[in-house]
Write a protein that binds this ligand. Structure first.
Ligand code: ADP
Ligand code: 5GP
Length: 185
């Protein structure tokens, strides 16, 4: 059977990755979104096992030591990682798996899973990114500041990726993502 593909989507926090992924999954039930583990506290409305698996630092460390994570990184004071087994199982079963992860994790995937398709989602500008982070209204001032500081370093690394998609107009960005994912190579 043909294996599924590993697809990595990276881009600064607030650029719209979650929004794009939700739209993609609605239109393409053939894709599986990997659910990450994090030590971050749930935002209002976030559900354990659906948005993330929320764990404490001790459990996260245990998962790292036991080799249970495909990649992991620290971001804005919290740890995030991708559980390995569900990714492996879906890919073996022929389903493509989408990872929505930050830059350090994407770099690890490049080394450990070189056949992964890696896409960078770029904001139209830093000012617009800040507007989106504030408009989302779910992060503290300190969290927004840390995310914006990290954003600049992430955007500088966009050329490490296979494709760059600018999320200016949402529908246009979605079309471009679909063409990247579904145009035969
Ligand atoms: P991320 O997952 O990258 O952190 P989100 O998907 O949570 O980002 O989006 C951050 C905010 O930006 C949300 O309020 C979302 O509605 C808004 N947003 C996403 N894409 C666009 C777009 N193309 N134009 C304007 N606002 C957008
Ligand atoms: P947030 O706290 O806004 O949900 O996520 C913060 C950042 O962590 C985002 O850039 C998101 O893509 C990234 N992230 C989420 N899950 C993972 C993961 O499993 N691994 C890594 N490396 N980054 C992740």
């Amino acid at each position: 059977m043909k294996k599924g593909r590993l697809i990595v989507m990276t881009g600064p926090s607030g650029v719209g990755k979650g929004t794009l992924v939700r739209s993609l999954l609605n239109c393409h039930p053939d894709l599986h979104l990997s659910i990450s583990v994090t030590t971050r506290s749930p935002r209002p409305g976030e559900i354990n096992g659906q948005d993330y698996y929320f764990v404490d630092r001790h459990r996260f460390q245990e998962m790292v030591e036991q080799g249970e994570l495909l990649e992991w990184a620290e971001f804005a004071g919290n740890c995030y990682g991708t559980p390995l087994i569900p990714v492996k199982e879906h890919i073996e079963a022929g389903t493509s798996v989408l990872l929505e992860i930050e830059l350090e994790g994407a770099r690890q995937i490049r080394r450990t899973f070189p056949s992964a398709l890696r896409i960078f989602i770029m904001p139209p500008s830093i000012d617009e990114l800040e507007r989106r982070l504030r408009g989302r209204g779910q992060d503290s001032e300190d969290a927004i500041r840390r995310r914006l500081m990290r954003a600049k370093a992430e955007m500088d690394a966009a050329n490490e990726f296979d494709f760059e998609v600018i999320n200016d107009d949402l529908d246009f960005a979605l079309q471009r993502l679909e063409s990247v994912l579904y145009t035969p190579v």
